[in-house]
Design a protein. Structure first.
Length: 226
């Protein structure tokens, strides 16, 4: 029987969050991270997170101990960057992407100690996401434009759009993730929307997000922008 009513959205979100590491390991992408975003000069945290996703998704009873050791080592390496102040916007985005993956793995693993680590690291994810919010605001050039006006003002490059869109989507996912975790723990009511009380803008067109090169992107911009 299909899930319906007020819990349908929660069930869908649970499935999406639970499969983030599988999607990343299989497709080198997620709904908030385009597969071409880190194609060149890949930040080390993305390589670490990708490796963790691959081995975690393929763990066996015999390898679980080593998988968790590798997992904790890479999480700790990422958290060591928390005191850094000289990161580029792209590196800041990469840190959030890696931490999202680690958080969602721990949320659904079933290990009580990993469950506690989600709580321990949620403030860090919040802080890093707040930095993304500032980056998003500095990139936003078209928040008040309608569809026709947007179509007539294409981005300067596909790469610039990929980064800006990934920032917007990631900021939204982080806000959702925290709300979802609080709901799971009974610390928030479904009607408490948190950051959702504010206006968020992202691109709904699947054709733009799934474009694999600059030519296809700008063609989709003309034909499919919504």
């Amino acid at each position: 029987m299909a899930t319906c009513g007020p819990f349908a959205g929660i069930a869908y979100a649970m499935n999406v969050f639970r499969d983030f590491h599988i999607t990343f390991a299989r497709d080198n992408s997620t709904i908030y991270m385009h597969r071409h975003l880190y194609e060149d000069d890949t930040p080390r945290w993305i390589l670490h997170a990708f490796s963790v996703c691959v081995i975690y998704a393929n763990q066996t009873e015999a390898t679980r101990g080593f998988v968790l050791k590798a997992f904790h080592e890479n999480v700790n390496k990422l958290k060591e960057t928390a005191s850094g102040t000289t990161f580029t916007p792209r590196e800041k985005l990469a840190r959030v992407h890696a931490l999202i993956v680690y958080q969602t793995i721990r949320m659904f693993d079933g290990d009580i100690s990993l469950d506690q680590q989600v709580d321990d690291d949620m403030p860090l994810l919040d802080a890093w996401n707040s930095e993304l919010g500032k980056i998003r605001d500095s990139l936003e050039e078209s928040a008040d434009l309608g569809a026709i006006e947007l179509r007539n003002r294409p981005p300067g490059s596909w790469e610039r759009w990929l980064f800006a869109e990934s920032v917007k989507r990631t900021y939204m996912i982080c806000a959702t993730l925290k709300i979802f975790w609080d709901l799971m723990k009974g610390r928030r009511e479904a009607r408490d929307l948190g950051n959702w009380q504010f206006i968020h803008r992202w691109t709904l067109s699947r054709h733009l997000w799934t474009a694999t090169n600059s030519f296809d992107f700008f063609r989709a911009w003309e034909e499919s922008l919504v």
